[in-house]
Design a protein around this ligand. Sequence first.
Ligand code: NAP
Ligand code: HSE
Length: 433
Amino acid sequence: MEKTQVAIVGLGTVGSGVAKLLLDYGDRTARHAGRALWLEEVVVRDVNKSRVCELPAGILSNDLSRITRNPEIKVVAHLVGGLEPARSIMLKLLEGGKDVVTANKALLAEHGPELFDRARALGRSIAFEASVAGGIPIIANISTCLSANQITSLHGILNGTSNFILTQMEDRGWDYATALAEAQRLGYAEADPAMDVDGSDAAQKLAILAHLAFGARVHWRDIPRVGIDTLDGADMRYAKELGYRIKLLAVAKLERDGLELHVSPTLVRIGTPLAEVRSANNAIRVVGDAVGPVFFHGLGAGQMPTASAVVADLIDTVVGRTAITFKLLNLWSQQPPRVHPRDYSQVTGRFYLRFDVEDRPGVMADITGVLGRHGISIASVIQNEPSGDGAASVVPLVIMTHTTTEGATRAAMEEINGLVCVHSRSVRMRVDD
Ligand code: NAP
Ligand code: HSE
């Protein structure tokens, strides 16, 4: 059987899974590629590190030129995280005549235009299915399978680590730090887990999806985002009492005046598909004008789910499918954007608000007065009786609003936080009904 030589740069969580699939299931990849995918070189930073996967003798090194100088190696899985040296490595691979497959969304979200321009100029391709939602084939679905549609909205749970943490806190009563440590141990988290929990990773993935689905050219840092790192367990309990779960939701929605884009902890109604996404799973609800709503669900992080997407990209590249779609999609090109982001303050929705307030006459009137002046209508209120002997002077007040805007709720919160009856940080979260 004919064979095509491939290589891997980076043998961490994802790289080890890719090596395993190539080495242990070569018959499977050969069947789909019509030729053997022969793992010729593996390059890492530290050759002395102990590895979870066993490689054939002599293929592991820390010398990238063993790949770039070998004309027989056609495709390389680039599985190094972060921006540098990941960017320089990708440029060297492209300049060495290699097609590249990557899982690095941070790199694409930050340097997509430069890398894609370079690949086009050199006649090479970059495949990146694993960069968004791990094992879920969302890139292929949006780029090709749904190409007859104008996509009108995307609602995604795009960070496996955050979803894992939220699920463990809710189901097992774990505290935040324990759940995060376990997500790191299981290989879900980024090398810097701050990117997972502060909403940056989800914003990077949303920027990529918005680029593909809507032709938006928005930088991920310009997407309004809030993470789960400041979430209080009390709000998870109040949300449940109200019939909701809190999920880190990434939203892109096409409106008449532009594209609504945001990432934030959001109350999602229990029983709806997004609310039932558990553990490190991801999900994306896509609405297309022809197909209607479609729902994708699966593991969004972890060794083998991510390796599944990388190896599928390797096969697509080897058989020539990637070259065709790469050329046709013309991603991160000089073309002007097809849509601009909406003014975030005009984005509408219902909101969950929580205030810690003094338990005395007139407080409710003060707060509802501010909301009323900002045109915010109240849908429901929870204020439980203070526990114990009635000595508690500060009680939580939870308010669900009717539909209003980001701008109105933000301005009202600022005013309410200045009231003497309000103690500590108030909470404001979007509600997705
Ligand atoms: P990881 O476990 O930290 O592995 C990174 C690998 O890169 C290591 O093997 C490291 O070598 C290698 N490396 C670093 N600098 C290098 C250099 N200068 N030259 C050669 N190799 C170098 O990371 P990971 O979790 O596999 O993630 C890899 C990429 O996949 C990231 O972009 C991440 O965002 C993305 N991703 C990860 C997941 C997941 O579930 N983990 C899911 C989807 C996407 P040493 O081993 O010698 O240190
Ligand atoms: N750290 C990422 C996550 C890996 O937890 O979703 C997948 O991109």
